[in-house]
Ligand binder design. Structure first.
Ligand SMILES: Cc1cc2nc3c(=O)[nH]c(=O)nc-3n(C[C@H](O)[C@H](O)[C@H](O)COP(=O)(O)OP(=O)(O)OC[C@H]3O[C@@H](n4cnc5c(N)ncnc54)[C@H](O)[C@@H]3O)c2cc1C
Length: 398
């Protein structure tokens, strides 16, 4: 299935490189990694190093930081291609690519010197964003003024952070983090949070459990634990109390990147369903010649194409906001693509009959992966609520 809107030879060359990486390496190694029992073993440093060699790891950075300066539309295409091979791989890279992109825009020169200069030269450099807390997850998407478990108390020259984050993608493998902590109590996280640049190994910051996930197993998710962790004022990104404004200003394409990841899984499922329908003979002919199956394949294609159009529109307009940016493009593409992927996963199982249930046919892994983004990057219902508030105004609640 071809990507649309390929505008330049450079873009074409990047996508071909990624496709080769996916066909020759990711598709070969991912199934074995996915099957590892210990969740930490699913993650592969070799994969990160190979992505680095090909220039994928740093491609959203400008040439100044050794990157290719690719735009958000191209990044979404790359993320989709990676996920066509393996969702976890795509997530490891998507997190890193999107955070590199925002860090170059949002960090001051001193912060970039202390983070991006090291990140660009580290072939294992990965990045993570820490917002979600065990008892406050959807709350940060909505304007609910609740106390968050993780606290940051002001002290001389900085902040002392106590508490924990969980579910954090790349949490245990990253060298730098953007950490969002509520610094103004009694306000919503959206209004009273500060963004900090956090380095791996800072005193008082440790990694807790690595979560054992049902899918997306080649990416690690972990708890970030803070015990009297001092973070200096120099690490405040932007202004105190304005953490979430940074995301709105510098990160409108984030949701569409998540959508591109899950879209890649939908494409992989569709390809498998089509191949199977061509070779499986029942009722005297390949099942693709039965009307019910043909119609279902067409519906899958429609959902994929519509999701991709939405993602491409969102990423293009995120970079060209003067041409008509609509804030709901910052929350809805992921909801659409993940719902599409989940439907396509169940239909692909159905088309495979009993074979879909047998691990050796590979649909089982894709089904587990397809569930991942019903909740990652915000539970879908929460995102619909957020979009509704954008369209109709926020109800009075703080
Ligand atoms: C694989 C994975 C990777 C992730 N990576 C990261 C990461 O890198 N960084 C990060 O910070 N977070 C990350 N998250 C967290 C993610 O973004 C979600 O916010 C989080 O998983 C929501 O989890 P929860 O189970 O606590 O849901 P809850 O917030 O407890 O929601 C449970 C249900 O209640 C509904 N609900 C909640 N509030 C309302 C309301 N006010 N009105 C109506 N319905 C409501 C929700 O829609 C949902 O259906 C990740 C999550 C997953 C699963």
């Amino acid at each position: 299935m071809e990507q649309m809107f390929i505008q330049s030879e450079e873009q074409q060359a990047i996508l071909e490189t990624v496709r080769r990486f996916v066909e020759d390496y990711i598709k070969v190694t991912a199934p074995e990694l996915d099957a590892k029992t210990d969740p930490e073993d699913g993650f592969s440093w070799e994969m990160v190093e190979k992505a680095d060699e090909l220039g994928i790891r740093t491609m959203t950075l400008s040439e100044r930081y050794g990157g290719l300066g690719v735009n958000s539309l191209t990044t979404a295409m790359v993320v989709e291609e990676l996920a066509r091979g393996d969702l976890g791989t795509s997530v490891v890279m998507a997190q890193t690519l999107k955070l590199a992109q925002i860090m170059e825009k949002a960090l001051n020169d001193d912060q970039k010197e202390r983070s991006l200069e090291l990140f660009k030269d580290d072939p294992r450099g990965c990045l993570a964003i820490g917002i979600t807390e065990p008892d406050n997850a959807s709350n940060y998407f909505l304007k609910t003024p609740v106390p968050f478990r993780t606290t940051a108390e002001k002290t001389d020259g900085g902040w002392v952070v106590n508490g924990m984050k969980h579910f954090i993608s790349n949490g245990n493998v990253s060298s730098f983090y953007l950490l969002f902590v509520q610094t103004e109590k009694g306000k919503t996280m959206a209004k009273g949070a500060t963004c900090f640049l956090l380095e791996k190994g800072r005193e008082g910051f440790t990694i807790g459990r690595v979560h054992d996930k049902m899918g997306e197993r080649t990416a690690n998710n972990a708890e970030l634990v803070f015990q009297d962790c001092f973070i200096p004022d120099e690490n405040v990104v932007g202004e105190v109390g304005k953490g979430f404004d940074l995301l709105a200003e510098f990160f409108p394409q984030s949701n569409a990147y998540a959508a591109a990841s899950i879209l890649g899984v939908a494409v992989a499922l569709y390809e498998r369903a089509t191949e199977w329908a061509k070779v499986r003979v029942q009722g005297g002919k390949p099942i693709i010649e039965h009307d019910g199956i043909r119609a279902q394949l067409a519906e899958m294609k429609m959902l994929i194409d519509a999701s991709r159009s939405y993602i491409h529109r969102a990423t293009y307009l995120a970079d060209n906001q003067e041409q008509g940016w609509d804030p709901t493009l910052g929350v809805l593409p992921k909801a659409m693509a993940s719902q599409a992927a989940w439907k396509i996963a169940t239909w692909t199982m159905e088309i495979h009959g009993g074979h879909g249930f047998m691990k050796e046919f590979g649909v089982e892994k894709l089904l587990r992966d397809a569930a991942a983004f019903l909740h990652s990057d915000g539970v879908n219902r929460t995102l619909f609520l957020k979009a509704a508030h954008m369209i109709h105004g926020w109800p009075e609640q703080g």
